[in-house]
Design a protein around this ligand. Structure first.
Ligand code: FES
Length: 191
């Protein structure tokens, strides 16, 4: 009896088979779209996790040179607003000073008359090399890592020490200065 029923209802069996195939297809399509979404999100995450900075932009490397073009020792610091640093040329060497005041983040300025950096917001003051003088700032100015390299061979001639000290300027007409605005050394905290 049951055999007769089955053989008498071939269309119902086909419908059921079609419904199963359709369900499988929808499941596969859903899984595939989920896979694509995961890949897309991972791609964006990786892209944001590894920011790329262009040469000469803030966050990247800024090149200045040759060193023979540097202004005289103890003259007004060079101002680079786009890459957010001042370049000071002291007798001991050069410094790249981050332009943001370590107190509450204002942009401090240079005073030729007083020969020091002064922040207009709350009056913190800093020496030509970024050392804290007075005011509410908790520390000296932050400095960027400088590398001086031979512009022809690429050989590294000098680099900022770990404590952010000066980089002596070599007596090499081909030397160029490379300031890494992605590598900041935090200024020394004062008593
Ligand atoms: S932000 Fe510079 S002294 Fe306050």
């Amino acid at each position: 009896m049951s055999e007769a029923t089955a053989s008498n209802d071939p269309i119902g069996a086909q419908d059921e088979q079609l419904a199963v195939n359709r369900r499988e297809f929808l499941n596969l399509a859903w899984l595939a779209s989920l896979g694509f979404l995961t890949l897309e999100v991972s791609g964006f995450t990786i892209a944001f996790a590894y920011p790329r900075f262009k040469e000469g932009e803030f966050g990247g490397i800024f090149t200045y040179g040759p060193v023979a073009d540097l202004p005289e020792v103890n003259t007004s610091p060079l101002n680079y607003p786009k890459v957010k640093f001042w370049l000071s040329h002291t007798e001991e060497g050069i410094y790249a000073l981050y332009k943001v005041c370590p107190h509450l983040g204002c942009l401090y300025g240079w005073s030729d008359q007083e020969f020091k950096f002064i922040c207009p917001c709350h009056g913190s003051q800093y020496e030509y090399n970024g050392t804290y003088i007075q005011g509410p700032a908790p520390r000296s100015l932050d400095r960027f890592v400088i590398r001086i390299v031979d512009g022809q061979t690429g050989e590294e001639l000098a680099v900022t020490p770990d404590d952010g000290g000066p980089v002596a300027v070599p007596d090499n007409p081909n030397a160029v200065i490379r300031v890494d605005t992605g590598a900041k050394i935090i200024g020394e905290v004062h008593d």
